[in-house]
Design a protein around this ligand. Sequence first.
Ligand code: AMP
Length: 350
Amino acid sequence: MVDRIILESPRTIATLGSHSALQILKGAKDEGFETLLICEEKRLGLYKRFKFIDEILTIKQHNQAFEKKSLQHLHDAKSVIIPHGTMVAYFTYSEIDKISIPIFGNRKILQWESDRNLKQKLMNASQLITPKSIQSKDEIRNLCIVKLHGAAGGRGYFLAWNKESFEENAQALVNQGRITGEEDLFIQEYIVGVPTYLQFFYSPISNQVEFLGADIRYESNIDSLGRIPARQQLSVNLEPSYNVIGNIPLVLRESLLEEVYKMGERFVKASEGLVPPGIPGPFCLEGVYDREGIFTTFEFSARIVAGTNLYINGSPYSDLLFEKPMSMGRRIAHEIKIASEKGLLDRIFT
Ligand code: AMP
């Protein structure tokens, strides 16, 4: 464990240049913070366009973001780091744990996000309905989705409906060098319905769970297969892939909202029990609504998700809770401001 710097009052909000950085820093600026972006050289052209970014710390590659020189710079600027999906993808939990600068949220729970067994444990403890796990290819009876451990953005996932279809696709992944064998794969019941991403924020200051938005991911090529008629689909050898290209806003039927809040609250409570101090800040429950309107959760993210980029100017749900346009990025900065004023920063930083 490294000596962590304790901040009395953060001056700067910092993040890595990718994922939801624009939203995070815009929100930080709107709440009166200085903003700092740690940015790969090749992305400077993009990020230099935005006036709300006060300072850019240039690095060659993401993995250099928290080297000694950057840490000193972040420290001098009295920074707090906001983690997002790119940070989780580029740094292991133990690397994140070693960063001496305060990180918004509970850094320990990021490990639970990236470990399939821990993830399942937390979803079970939250009493969320989850897809059945299929233990062996011999037990495949219905449509299944086959996942690679730790695959970013669903790359390499495939659908299987019996042993033969499983073996054929698994062999293709072995041939491509993506996996060493079938044991690298994880078989899960495929839930037919509307894939939905539920965006929450939990404030340990007000002790409230806020539901701030929902979205649908638009994934290539799976979401475009419906544009190809069945005859052509059958005659061309098309394999589905799940690479997220963007997000589409979704407003839920109002009658679904009660259960949405209950799921979010159960998740917060279970996190507090299993991974203290729990989940201060943003998180996302990711699943499928079936034809009965039942939500089956297949994943969670224990930090801001990129689907919240839709709502930089607030969402239909944040408008019901706040008097000003409240993006998830701004909500984070707002929480830091309130916690700082009340002397409660230890509840939101680790
Ligand atoms: P993930 O990388 O786990 O977020 O999954 C990538 C995509 O696969 C999701 O956006 C869904 O479209 C799909 N998916 C994952 N798990 C399931 C499941 N159990 N049933 C149906 N679709 C799923």
